[in-house]
Design a binder for this molecule. Sequence first.
Ligand SMILES: C[S@@+](CC[C@H](N)C(=O)[O-])C[C@H]1O[C@@H](n2cnc3c(N)ncnc32)[C@H](O)[C@@H]1O
Length: 348
Amino acid sequence: MTGGASPTPSPSARRWGEHDLGRTEIRDTYRADLRPTTRDVFAASRPVDFATLDWRDIGRPHRVENWAAARLSWEAGNGRTLPVPDAWKMFNRSFQHLFDTDPVAARAEAFRAAGIRLRRAELDAARRAIGEVARWTVWNQAHRVGDTVWDPRAKRSLFDGLDLRRPRVLFLGAADGYEAMLLSAMYPGGESVLVDYDDYCRDHRFGSFPTDYPFLGVDPATGSPRVWHRDQMDLSYLVSDIRDLDFGPEFDVVVSIGLVEHFPDEHKPEAFDWHRRFLRPGGYAILTTPRVALRTRMFYRLFGDLMNFSYRELQTVEQLGLYAHENGFEVLRHGEIKTHNGVVCRPR
Ligand SMILES: C[S@@+](CC[C@H](N)C(=O)[O-])C[C@H]1O[C@@H](n2cnc3c(N)ncnc32)[C@H](O)[C@@H]1O
């Protein structure tokens, strides 16, 4: 295991503060959003008794199987299945490229390239460039305008109202660490440990996460809304396989965002056990998985070459809740956020 705090980028001169509460702004690569959350994803959710739910009633999750060309070519060249950790390395670099790029500028460039290729009658190249135009258009809407990936407003609703004071949070498969930062703002004064076995996540996905990104949270002294930035939080990043962690049951929250849907059913018990093993008695496990919907199915089809390197399911909130229930958790709350399902649970 290698570990330690990440290098913290220097703060930018102009950061949002309390006078910006209620504001939102679309920046070059993302939306900053300090509007309070008004939609309670739990209140809007249909009540479900997970103890009586049956797989025959809800069906099994949808599997995404249009594999990235890079995965297929690796497997053709090596004559074996792409190992999962290598698949994650490919995924993280490819996905992060989307976050790092100004989608409007990239779309204009792809549009220009398509025109040049068409004029030269280079039809394959023109088709690829038009695909790029489509992807940057969708990514611009999905992330930069619609904020459906970070989704701070709905995630605040998911994380809200937990009985936590200065919590210790463990984030499994932390990638860019976003949700640990959101939790730190909402429940300040504690500590978060982020874990991912891809060092690119610590060094780049999390390492270069913008210091001027404003997280809406609370001031512990007054209970009033307060703006937090990553360099005001106690975050450490471990590069480790989750299987190698030697923590005891010492965390108030164990969270994962888009992790358990990457485990076929025979491996789900192990993945859920990770969420139980490190929890202190009374602690919360919070899990989200991507929702099955026309929108998400279209997204993984259009972005197959950039996203689909390893096993992935799209689930309903009932399916996520039933997996949690049959793996020994009591589902305290469940709901749908913009593109994911969310559950808050406790070991039974
Ligand atoms: C799908 S990503 C989570 C989605 C994330 N919110 C994002 O923005 O990409 C899952 C992360 O878990 C990590 N991961 C998967 N299996 C792991 C394991 N056994 N130990 C540590 N990290 C793991 C991957 O490297 C990847 O960064």
